[in-house]
Design a protein around this ligand. Structure first.
Ligand SMILES: Cc1cc2nc3c(=O)[nH]c(=O)nc-3n(C[C@H](O)[C@H](O)[C@H](O)COP(=O)(O)O)c2cc1C
Length: 348
């Protein structure tokens, strides 16, 4: 459908290998993301930037639909979920649209973000935490203390829960308060059943557990956001201690590298770029980078900044192109999916 320039959200009710329906491509169109903020596609970035600054802490409620069913011990079975194997060259089935919540062991401040999880077995997964993410830094603190890091992965929640988790805020900011700002009111959260964390009361599914402080196993290859396969890496092992969900949950999937991914990830990133450019432009009066006007129209003249700056360096990773084409599948079968370089245009 993307090849035909169509971007509907798609709901699969009859899914091979699982009783749980799958929804995907929820974020594949700017207008749908804009609906979440009660605005229109042309104002999406501006409205996000404005509301991202308002912090409204969440409120804890006694119960919520996300805990209508609670599975613990031997009843935890990740393979009952319709976790999708997206590309022929992926190492396995991946959870791609979960929002992960952790807590900084020093400050107690919550942190949320989206990270991919590769299914290992009934109760284990592997997680990819990029060196630049706050959660990587927080996990390192747990490793130094030789403690496992409690996590809660919410699958299926209001789009603003995703957008708030992707904010480029400081590590000292509770991203749940950013979500409240985006909502324009306190978000209702419930206490997890087996870890000291909270998740949105009105979510669909939550995976509670911990990221091991020392165990690492090969994760990947996986077709990443840039539409190329990243090489396998030794990544932390996740153990799931409880699965909670609605009585009739819907599993939320996202195709990595598709518009669904790029648009979702792009909103906060564009806000960050805008704020970075705007700061020197306002402060010094000598900016070489004219800003769009209030209506979002691009400035008429542009010149390149001469500053080269220095970029942080990390481990070198290699990527190879994803070649095959076909449809994604559940973990039980292997099929192929086309991933080609594409540009998902979005105005600041
Ligand atoms: C769909 C999607 C998938 C992502 N997958 C990963 C991932 O696997 N690992 C990672 O480190 N960041 C991933 N990111 C980026 C992080 O979620 C993003 O940088 C977030 O702001 C990190 O939050 P943090 O800095 O608070 O940890 C993903 C983003 C999106 C939109």
């Amino acid at each position: 459908m993307e090849k035909q320039n169509r971007q509907p959200a798609v709901l699969f009710r009859n899914v091979r290998g699982s009783a749980v329906p799958v929804v995907t491509n929820l974020f594949g169109h700017r207008d749908r993301l804009a609906l979440a903020l009660d605005t229109t596609g042309d104002k999406l970035n501006q409205v996000y930037r404005e509301r991202e600054k308002r912090l409204i802490p969440p409120v804890v409620v006694a119960a919520g639909p996300i805990q209508e069913r609670v599975l613990t011990g031997n009843d935890v079975d990740l393979t009952t979920l319709p976790i999708v194997h997206h590309n022929s060259g992926d190492a396995g089935a991946y959870i791609t649209a979960g929002v992960t919540t952790v807590r900084d062991p020093e400050t107690g401040i919550r942190n949320a973000g989206m990270y991919r999880f590769m299914l290992k077995d009934k109760n284990r997964m592997l997680v990819h935490l990029a060196e630049a993410s706050h959660v990587f830094y927080i996990h390192r603190k747990y490793c130094e203390r030789k403690q496992n890091m409690p996590i809660a992965v919410t699958i299926g929640a209001h789009p603003l829960f995703h957008l708030g988790s992707l904010s480029f805020c400081s590590i000292d900011t509770d991203e749940y308060a950013i979500m409240g700002g985006l909502f324009g009111g306190a978000q209702e959260i419930v206490k997890c059943t087996s870890v000291d964390l909270d998740v949105p009361a009105h979510g669909e599914i939550c995976l509670e557990g911990y990221i091991d402080f020392e165990k690492r196993e090969p994760e990947g290859p996986f077709g990443e956001w840039h539409t190329l396969y990243g090489d396998p890496m030794n990544n932390p092992v996740v153990t799931i201690t409880a699965m909670t969900m609605r009585r009739d949950p819907i599993y939320h999937d996202l195709c990595s590298g598709a518009a669904d991914h790029q648009l979702l990830g792009g909103i906060s990133r564009l806000g960050q770029i805008y704020n970075q450019v705007r700061w020197p432009a306002q402060g010094s009066g000598t900016s070489t980078c004219p800003l769009p006007d209030a209506a979002g129209q691009p400035a008429t003249s542009r010149s390149r900044s001469s500053s080269k700056g220095s970029r942080p360096t990390g481990p070198r990773r290699s990527f190879r192109r994803i070649r095959s084409s076909g449809t994604p599948s559940l973990s039980t079968t292997t099929s192929t999916s086309s991933m080609r370089p594409r540009y998902c245009g979005s105005s600041i």
